[in-house]
Write a protein of this length. Sequence first.
Length: 750
Amino acid sequence: MVRTPDQNNSITLENVNGKPEIVVTTEIKVFQITAKLIDGADVWGAIEPAGVIEVTCGEDRTFEFVPDLGYRLKTLLVDGEPASISVDAYTFRNVRANHTIEVEFEQFPYYIIQFGPHETQQAQFGGWVYPELRPNAVDFIPVDSATDARFIIQAADGFQIDQVFVNDKITPLTTQTGNQSGTYVFTNVRAHHTISATFKPIMHIIEATSDLNGNITPSGMVQVAEGTNKVFHAVPKAGYELTAINVDGNFNQQATQEARYEFVNVRENHTISAQFTRIKYQISTNSGTNGTISPENPQVGHGDNQTFTITPANGYKIEQVLIDGVENQAAALNGSYTFNNVTQEHTIAATFTKLTFSITATATQNGTLNPEGTAIVEYDAHSATYVFFANDGYRIQYVFIDGVNNLQAVQNGMFRFLNVTTNHTIHVVFAPANFFITATASTGGFITPEGMVTVTGGTDKVFAFAADAGFKLVRVMINGINNENAVASGTYTFSNVIENQNIAAVFERLQYNVTLPDMEGATVVPENGFGTSVIHGGRFLFKVALDDAFNQASITVRANNVIINPDGNGIYTIKNIVTNQNITIDGVEKNCYFITARAHAGGTIAPEGTFKVTHGDSKTFEMIPHTNFKVSEVRVDGVALQNPVTEFEFTNISADALIEVYFEPSGLGIMENEQPDINVFSYSNVITIINEELVPVKQVEIIDMQGRMVWKGPANGVETKITLEVAKGMYVVRIITHNNQQQTTKININ
């Protein structure tokens, strides 16, 4: 019996008798997915795959949406319902039913982005540039307007990114991982673009060095592309040999033996260095006894020079020098030898012999030297004792030992050379007996000759004296006694000298006198410590004191007719005095004063004005009142005299003085027809009215040039001052007296 399972894949057996046998058969379930454009939609793209697609139960199935250039997906219906269109594909998962998928496209602005390796490179030579979402795209991709597009820049193995060009301009990457990969993102695309890149091999540095004694080839900072090989060779210079090749700081035996090294499949930086040493040769030395050859048995580098110094021991000299077994007289003479450009081994040998020296003894006439002539003395031995003595009337003057006078030998009469190590000479000089004249001079001059002067017995000797500037010769002491003639002549002669003598010249500093003036009114007062006697080159300081009656005088001080001026403290200085000085003072005159005599209104004073008088003088003044006036008061220096006087005398005048006399009416009045005598003047904006006769004034009026009155008021007393605050210009002052007489005066206000 064939039974079909229900919808739950189950079968129910009823009325079962026995053990039924159940056989289950299965088949694969296939569903259909219909993929197409929405009915009525324009064909502006495709869905892939399209049509009725069979899908095995439980499988997944993906459909891609491929819009034409310039279009995009507009609508996506899955089983008739709208679905998200955020991606360019849709996948049915674990299919267990039939489905439908429909799409519709619409026009949409887009831009082209071209990409690839830069035009100067092929892709296989360094790397690739491609869009992240379409890695298989070739040359260009379209990009929807206002969207982003990310590109991958990837270097091939052994290469690194060199430069990235966006729209033909070098541009930094958006992100970068090391030097081999990175990304660049076009954001909010609204124009066509290009992106390309160049790549360069990854290079490693092999630093190849050597010392100065050879070369390594190539040398320096050698660039090697990653993954390649590089061979280095080490070559010594002439006369040198390779001793070590170090690779990355480690000695390499095989490379040193082969003088070469190869770096294989280079993947990092390396170092290689070569070391060389000079080839050396032995030079054997043999000096025997009594001398040395230096240096001893040295090793000499190939091509070098080597100098040897041959030095005999004390008391010996070089007898013979053998170079490679052959005698070399120049080396024996010079005490040295140089092997030049050594390229093989050599030998140098020397022998030495004892030194001898000569002593030559000579003497002048009038004495004896024993022994005399030339004697031979071995090194470090003593000579014979040389004895010498003078004949009668003579003396031993010099004993020259190797050209230098030896005073002890002169005194002892003998000399011996001890421990002789060089040639010597001895020469004895005999001369007539001598005497000594001791010549000295005090400070301030000199005597010629001076010192311990040697004079041959029986001869004469002249001495001269001269004083320094500012000094004079005062005494010449001959054996302690002053000789006036020598002082006067400046010389002295010792005649027929037969004994030792003494002569001394004594000098004193010159003194000058300062003559002070003796005059009325002024006194020269030397400063403390200064007298009127001054030494040569000294100075004289003084002040000038004026008497009270002369203390206003303007003086001129001269020394020997040369004007001198005081310092800030009133001190005069005569400097560097080299002659007598005469001080004179001009302008010492008695003080002058001024007496001013002034009379006020109502009279006069005689004489009147300002008068110049001399200190101590007298001056008399007479007070004369006008008609109808009398003296009311007399003031001297502002102080009123106790009683008015008509005559006053200043006596023994010693200061400026002022005398003023005031008058007052005597009570008789002014005649009615008498014209007033009133003075009016102005200064700046102040008008002064002087009424010396005290004419009675009723009123004063001041009028401008337009006839306007600018001031009105009284004018009482002898002097009235009126200050105006008016414009500058001409004004009229009108004075009206009590008897109505008028006086007008023009004044200027400025």
